[in-house]
Write a protein that binds this ligand. Structure first.
Ligand code: CP
Ligand code: NVA
Length: 309
């Protein structure tokens, strides 16, 4: 799609529904190519810089492998090894890297940092997770839901847990494709108003109902997709003890899932903590698609890379 070429990929709020469907279709095609062993190398000579200020397994490996499979290369840059870690500004880093590489993927803390990077970079900037958003994850989640349920409209997605990055991205993703979405979180852990308001507005166009509740049963009632994420996100480690208590009623377990549709699918962005946000028999059970979901990160990100570069 012409409209994605050269663009940043910071949040799904900026990506049209048409472009989301285009990316999902392209990801499915790239997945098929890989399954049959057909090589596709449109990014020969292209380099992706990957800056990580937080740990990562899926995002790091899938972006790096994705670039290699598309014929390009990727640089893993730990922020502590960059001058960024010694106080060089984001703006200067952006202006320098823009002359060496073709795109920058960054995982960082404050969302404002990625916006600043994108402002000063003359090349596409991709969000590999901020405190507020995780658009690549949400796109992989949509692909997985579509593979299993073959539709979006008419489905209900229930996210049970912390209303932060993954929940934000999912609400927007669901709203864009017309899927109903309810977030259930403890009081004080709601998604940001900016994301809720945006999702509600987008949902008005697409026909999706977006809701936030403090009642996990209400969220899960008749849901087709149940999603959760860790109770303590990266950077919040000092709050983990308190979070363990506050989030206890929000554990996704068989008791809660009695309220879901019998053919519900369970998703989790991973990494997971069995016995905390999800019971082991749920994440390891027959309704869990978490590894198909993790696998889809690769295909979705290849679609993003091909479209932006
Ligand atoms: N889901 C996800 O982004 O995983 P990583 O933290 O391993 O990249
Ligand atoms: N909410 C989690 C997601 C990890 C992929 C975190 O921010 O740590």
């Amino acid at each position: 799609v012409v409209s994605l070429k050269g663009k940043d990929f910071l949040t799904l709020m900026d990506i049209s529904t048409e472009d989301i469907h285009y990316l999902l279709t392209l990801a499915a095609q790239l997945k098929e190519k890989q399954l049959v062993g057909q090589s596709y190398t449109p990014l020969v000579g292209k380099t992706l810089a990957m800056i990580f200020e937080k740990p990562s397994t899926r995002t790091r490996v899938s972006f790096e492998v994705g670039m290699i499979q598309l014929g390009g290369s990727a640089l893993y840059l730990n922020s502590n090894d960059l001058q960024l870690g010694r106080g060089e500004t984001i703006a200067d880093t952006a202006r320098v890297l823009s002359q060496y590489v073709d795109a920058i993927m960054i995982r960082t803390f404050a969302h404002s940092k990625i916006e600043e990077l994108a402002q000063y970079a003359t090349i596409p900037v991709i969000n590999g997770l901020t405190d507020d958003d995780h658009p690549c994850q949400a796109l992989a989640d949509l692909l997985t839901i579509y593979e299993v349920k073959k539709m979006f409209k008419g489905l209900k997605l229930a996210y049970v847990g912390d209303g932060n990055n993954v929940a934000h991205a999912l609400m927007i993703a669901a709203a864009k494709v017309g899927m109903d979405c309810t977030i259930a979180c403890p009081s004080g852990y709601e998604p940001k108003e900016e994301y809720v308001n945006a999702a509600v507005q987008i949902g008005k166009q697409s026909g999706a109902t977006i809701a936030v509740t403090h009642d996990p049963i209400e969220a899960v009632a008749d849901a087709d997709v149940i999603y959760t994420d860790v109770w303590t996100s990266m950077g919040q480690e000092q709050e983990s003890e308190q979070r363990l208590t506050v989030f206890q009623p929000f554990q996704v377990n068989d008791e809660l899932l009695k309220h879901a549709k019998p053919d519900y699918m369970f998703l989790h962005c991973l990494p997971a903590h069995r016995g905390e946000e999800v019971a082991a028999d749920v994440i390891d059970g027959p309704n869990s698609y978490v590894f198909q979901q993790a696998g889809n990160r690769l295909h979705v990100q290849k679609a993003i890379l091909v479209s932006l570069l």
